[in-house]
Design a protein around this ligand. Structure first.
Ligand code: ATP
Ligand code: MG
Ligand code: MG
Ligand code: MG
Length: 481
């Protein structure tokens, strides 16, 4: 491999360091900002500076930020480009340079440093951002046909429901230029990949949705490391890059299957394992312990998903000869061995990370088999009933709750297994059961339903909320407190 993930990361940071940027460390996956659930982008550690609440310490900075996006969980293994855990390389200007420098440097980095052929790069700009359009066309020299104007959904970036935001401009790589340049849809995942987003951060979005100009013009960018690795390493998806693939290979060898020869379902499961293992190792390293509340529930859900997928593809035992042993620690070892340049603290937390995974896996396995048996029976029953009365097959809220409460099945796992058989689950009914139980245990019962935008999760009152995950249709987080 000519361009290792580590080399790509280093080149990015060095490129911007040579242009006056201070290289700063990644911040934790658990943001200091209590209104933000998990770190979803490189800009979060700089939010107070963008908002003018804190003075800037340097005018320019560059980072490689660990990120978690739970809103991409459903995409993992299904698109070629989404993980829940990824690294976002970024360059930032705090009231210093603006569009022109950001644009020309991004282009220079992509074409000269990484050597991407200019004619394979496509640009998107916010629909009425003529300034950005003109810079790309006149200064950089990108032909008009390869610059597309897009709406707010893709090209107006907000870090959350409120906060710093602005129009953005993205760079896409074209895997199939031979398909021509008429009727091109940059959203077509089979042809293009968005790898670099330049945000021209110039507004603060207020509670009432209005945009207030910031005192300074800022630059906030994000380049997905695994996406650039995928392009430069010429592999079909992010998972097959050197940043993730060793974990997949380990899982495949423990299951005694070959990734190359595996069927699509097994490949998808292996990709999910590769992604989720990274997510849980870095989350635990940053102090998030599996639990039923808040961020801990994210870790628990990801771990349980890996356990289930591992069993599905045939992993039995711990990989060290103990057939009753936990397998997550063996996979975590691989994640940790790859962590040096991502986060140098992970190695020193090895023991507690492995211990946490071991405990959580054993805890889950005890009930998993019984739960799976029960769920299989309930699904048969649902299918039979539906066949008899002509309704769509569905699992009742009571049963989903039983699986959750007695068998430790996260709702999403129940929903996932059910959907594999064409059965839906009654999430509302489940919510009612949860609520009843809560009332009985006299817990606080104010329910907050927060809708999660494309980019973020905002959680109020994290300490006493219970994160129940996402309902896959609306992708809205269900938070109960
Ligand atoms: P997409 O449209 O592909 O979902 P995005 O527009 O949501 O990406 P941004 O919020 O612009 O992504 O984030 C900046 C960059 O971070 C992206 O251009 C991409 O390279 C990378 N990135 C975003 N989400 C993911 C993810 N789930 N997995 C890997 N890389 C990601
Ligand atoms: Mg996008
Ligand atoms: Mg984007
Ligand atoms: Mg996205």
């Amino acid at each position: 491999v000519e361009w290792s993930g580590d080399a790509i990361r280093r080149r990015f940071l060095e490129f911007y360091a040579a242009r006056g940027h201070k290289i700063l460390p990644s911040s934790s996956l658990v943001p200091g900002d209590p209104t933000v659930f998990l770190t979803i982008a490189g800009m979060l550690q700089f939010k107070p500076i963008f908002l003018g609440k804190e003075p800037r310490r340097v005018p320019r900075a560059t980072t490689s930020q660990k990120c978690i996006r739970t809103n991409d969980i459903e995409n993992v293994g299904r698109t070629a480009r989404h993980q829940t855990f990824f690294e976002m390389l970024g360059n930032f200007s705090f009231g210093d340079y603006f569009k022109k420098e950001a644009t020309t440097w991004a282009w220079e980095l992509a074409t000269k440093e990484y050597g991407l052929p200019a004619e394979r790069l496509w640009i998107s700009v916010f629909e009425d951002d003529n300034e950005a359009f003109n810079i790309w066309h006149n200064e950089v020299g990108v032909p008009k046909e390869r610059i597309q104007r897009m709406g707010a959904e893709d090209n107006f970036w907000t870090s959350g429901a409120t906060g710093p935001c602005g129009p953005c401009s993205e760079i896409y790589y074209d895997f199939y230029p031979e398909r021509g340049s008429s009727d091109v849809d940059l959203g077509d995942d089979s042809r293009f990949i968005e790898f670099y987003n330049l945000v021209f951060m110039q507004y603060n979005k207020k509670d009432d949705g209005s945009l207030e100009p910031l005192k300074q013009m800022n630059i906030d960018t994000g380049m997905g490391l695994e996406r650039m690795a995928r392009i430069l390493q010429k592999v079909p998806n992010n998972y097959e890059t050197d940043l993730i693939f060793p974990i997949i290979e380990k899982a495949a060898s423990m299951a005694m299957v070959s990734y190359a020869k595996a069927d699509d379902a097994t490949k998808t499961n292996l990709k999910i394992i590769g992604d989720h293992m990274r997510a849980v190792v870095y989350l635990i390293s940053d102090g998030v312990i599996p639990s039923n509340i808040g961020r801990g529930y994210v870790v628990r859900r990801l771990i349980r998903r890996v356990v289930r997928m591992g069993r599905l593809i045939g992993i039995r035992g711990d990989g060290h000869g103990n057939s009753e042993g936990a397998f997550l620690p063996s996979l975590a070892e691989v994640v940790i061995s790859l962590s040096t340049e991502i986060d140098s603290d992970v190695e020193s937390r090895r023991r507690s990370i492995l211990g946490e995974l071991q405990r959580e896996e054993m805890r889950f396995v005890q009930t998993l088999e019984r739960g799976e048996k029960l769920l299989a029976e309930l699904l048969d029953e649902a299918l039979l009933n539906a066949g008899n009365n002509g309704n769509k097959p569905s699992l009742s809220g009571k049963n989903v709750f039983l699986l959750y409460d007695t068998y430790g099945f996260p709702v999403e796992i129940t929903a996932e297994i059910a959907s594999e058989q064409g059965v839906t689950v009654d999430i509302e009914g489940f919510d009612i059961e949860m609520e009843n139980q809560r009332k009985q245990s006299q817990a606080a019962h104010n329910v907050v339903r927060l809708s999660v935008g494309n980019e973020t999760e905002i959680v109020k009152n994290i300490p006493d909320t219970e994160f129940l995950g996402y309902d896959s249709l609306s992708a809205s987080a269900v938070i109960k407190g």
